[in-house]
Ligand binder design. Structure first.
Ligand SMILES: Cc1cc2nc3c(=O)[nH]c(=O)nc-3n(C[C@H](O)[C@H](O)[C@H](O)COP(=O)(O)OP(=O)(O)OC[C@H]3O[C@@H](n4cnc5c(N)ncnc54)[C@H](O)[C@@H]3O)c2cc1C
Length: 313
């Protein structure tokens, strides 16, 4: 089996969700000996990837690929796919992936199994993906060929195996009559920070009671050098912008620490943050579902706990 893993980049950095998907590709390789090749459009990231256990890194050197454009990306991957003929193309399930990989699936006539959370071997390879707001899991076997994307937090970029491999530089004739001309890049949150790459998130729920109390939680975030996140009611009430919402209709995050303040833990919220490595939750209800997935469950009133915690910090 041959795997081609696409590493998305921005400003000279690899997208963390892409690196997580590279970890998934390595896991497949450990089980069935598949070749793993990474493809990237940024030279400095290509050099960094050469320090991982891969069969090769392919750096596509075309200036058309310096900024995201689904049509150029599509053509480059189509040409590379025709040269390399991989069985599996693997992606992190980022916003860009959602935009251009369905086109790639159609162009290559390969099935796209999107937003997977797990790989299992029985001993054949299956992909698991949540459906119906994560109430059910679907188990999918590909027929030798396909495209797969992995949800943020399904695998950890800390677990990528190190090694060394060559960087092979290629370039393609990408001349196209463009029909898509992307505008200014959308920023995922008001201050320009992409929550999907945040290491620490302090997330605010309806339990804070009113908009005036948000400042106290923001102080906690400042002390922890964290980004702010929110549950949907906080956004619906207009206390924070929608870009802060975490969950099935917001962002999917996988920080090292997720600090939940007054969030009950409804399934629609959990699907967006359960990939966090460590979860601390403050809630006054001992039966709050968030406690079922928390590493530290702090049972009590936010307005008693937070001032003391802030003082201590
Ligand atoms: C189609 C659909 C999509 C959705 N998408 C999302 C989504 O993307 N993200 C999302 O978050 N939700 C989403 N929801 C909404 C979701 O179902 C929940 O309603 C929401 O997550 C609840 O938010 P919450 O936990 O902040 O509020 P609540 O459920 O009201 O919980 C508040 C919690 O705060 C605690 N609390 C209250 N006062 C205090 C206090 N003084 N001290 C300590 N604890 C206190 C309470 O015990 C309670 O557990 C979606 C729903 C639907 C139907």
């Amino acid at each position: 089996m041959k795997i081609l893993c696409f590493i998305q980049t921005l400003d000279g950095n690899a997208n963390n969700n892409s690196l997580e998907s590279l970890c998934a590709a390595q896991e497949i390789s450990k089980n069935n000996g598949a070749e793993v090749h990474a493809v990237v459009f940024d030279k400095s990231v290509a050099d960094k990837l050469s320090g991982y256990q891969l069969n090769s890194v392919i750096y596509v050197n075309n200036e058309e690929l310096n900024n995201y454009n689904p049509e150029y990306y599509l053509k480059a991957l189509e040409m590379l796919n025709n040269d390399l003929n991989p069985n599996l193309l693997i992606f992190g399930h980022s916003y860009e992936t959602r935009d251009w990989v369905p086109r790639l699936s159609a162009r290559l006539d390969k099935a796209f199994v999107s937003d997977c959370t797990k790989i299992i071997f029985e001993p054949e390879l299956y992909f698991i993906r949540p459906i119906y707001q994560a109430k059910l899991n679907e188990k999918i076997k590909l027929n030798g060929q396909g495209i797969v994307s992995f949800q943020a937090g399904s695998y950890s970029s800390d677990n990528i195996s190190s090694g060394s491999c060559n960087v092979n530089e290629v370039s393609f004739d990408l001349s196209l009559n463009l029909t898509v001309r992307p505008g200014k890049r959308f920023k995922d949150s008001a201050d320009g920070v992409d929550l999907s790459n945040a290491e620490v998130i302090v997330s605010i729920g309806r339990g804070v009671g009113k908009v005036e109390n948000i400042d106290m939680v923001k102080s906690l975030a400042e002390k922890l050098n964290a980004q702010i996140g929110a549950s949907r009611p906080v956004v619906d009430a207009g206390w924070l912008d929608h870009s802060y919402q975490i969950g099935s209709s917001g962002q999917t995050v996988s920080p090292k620490l997720y600090f939940s303040v007054g969030i009950s833990g409804a399934i629609q919220h959990l699907v967006g943050m359960k990939g966090a490595k460590s979860i601390i939750a403050i809630n006054k209800d001992p039966n709050a579902p968030i406690f079922e997935i928390s590493d530290y469950a702090v049972l009590g009133d936010i307005f008693e706990i937070l001032p003391k915690l802030l003082e201590e910090l």
